[in-house]
Write a protein that binds this ligand. Sequence first.
Ligand SMILES: C[S@@+](CC[C@H](N)C(=O)[O-])C[C@H]1O[C@@H](n2cnc3c(N)ncnc32)[C@H](O)[C@@H]1O
Length: 517
Amino acid sequence: MGKKSKKGGGKAAPPPAQEKKAAVANGDKKDKVSAPAPVPELSKSARRDVRDLVSQLLDVCAKPPVAGAKEWDDYPEINSVVEKIRKLQSGLSSPVSDRSQNFPGFMDWLSSNGVDTSTVDISKAGDSGFGLKAKQHIKEASLFLTIPRKLMLTVDSAKSSVLGDLISEDKILQAMPNITLALHLLCEKHQPDSFFQPYINILPTSYSTPLYFTPEELQNLKGSPVLGDALSQYRNIARQYAYFYRLLQKQEPFITKLPITDHFTFDEYRWAVSTVMTRQNQIPTVDGSKVTFGLIPLWDMCNHTNGHYTSDFNVEKNVSECYALRDFEAGEQVYIFYGARSNAEFLIHNGFVYPENNYDRLCIKLGISKNDPLFQHKSEVLTKIGISPSRSFFLHKGEFPVNGELLAFLRIFTMDEDLLKEKFGNDVTMETLDQLKNMDVVITDENEKKVWSFIETRAALLLKTYPTTEEEDLSVLNSGKELTDPQKMGLQLRIGEKQILESTIKYASEKRQNLEK
Ligand SMILES: C[S@@+](CC[C@H](N)C(=O)[O-])C[C@H]1O[C@@H](n2cnc3c(N)ncnc32)[C@H](O)[C@@H]1O
């Protein structure tokens, strides 16, 4: 989630694991703690079918992704294999429980492990699930939450857990801390006497990340660049699932001792990945040498609002600390700030859209064409000011949709040969280069007119790629009709993006008209 703390049973059960040794909770957990509760089994033929489908999934996902307008092309095939796997595994899913029943036990666990819970309580938070409620007045900038490292599920705790040996063997786990955390979480979930059970029991049982969207719900994202991100996220998770499913079939001692080999369904993996994605936070490693990721109980019950980072890790005390970003009255919901993310990023990584988001922005991909005879020269100038000749830029919500970087890119992108040679030849000064990003300095009126006319036209074209208008979206959103979370989020996201495009068009057209006067 934040920085200063940046937020950011697949197969049949084998015989009970009597041979597996008990170990001390949250201590040396190299061995499986105890025999797992009996799990439903898949028939031999169903197991074989899942194995075949997993191989198919690996093949489909191994094909290079189709970029651009054809991004939908791969999805139906991947989705159809995943859905067949899910259908075969449907009898193996854990029963859905009411998490709120486990809140008292969780609070007791926190208190017995030294957490002061006198400031906040967990409480229903409207459309945001649950959140933290102030039990007393919390003054702005006061420290209201301190969570010791020993309560966190981290990459370090994963290494010293039953998963540790697999981490030492597997290059993917070594390189991808978020996947390590997801598997760590699953191992602890399926280890009945895990130290972390009171925490795991209060986690949501499902999420609204795009991994949970149906194909119809994904259609709500059409027109938005977020659709491509959602599809590639789905593809990546499907590929990871297939990879780990296969790995977990191996009869190696460091695998057979894992408590997840009988529970590794697609739904379980999607749940674990979504838990990590929506709740993880950056923390320093135990030795303080690097930044890593962890799940911080209770702190991760805070919902997001506009503001600034107020959480940090106190290395001396080995605790995560959270300060109030403003005054909160007793009974009020206590928020934190997850980071300056766009609604597209919130949707993909956090499973929500925040209409009041001050930091919303729309990603647009721009590049100097390799067929442009001035490609070489333009690329050199852009590189000198730290801008790649082909990359993503952003149009921002608010008064100034175009920032200095995009302006500089567009000035060079639209520049003719004479001007490029005159201003940005061999003996170009740093001062001239710096001016490219400066809104108050015009290179030439002609160049400036081209810039604003280009962005005005591009924004208008982007607006047309959405299948509906902003008015149509607003009328559905405000119609009082019952909408699913993905439908609502899709509408909120599209409305926000269209507003950014409309304000860009207005802004660019005023700039252009001023120059034409
Ligand atoms: C770190 S958790 C916060 C606790 C969470 N609400 C719960 O019930 O467990 C982050 C999740 O809370 C929800 N959330 C947080 N801030 C939100 C906001 N401003 N609007 C809507 N949902 C929000 C989203 O579902 C997000 O994935």
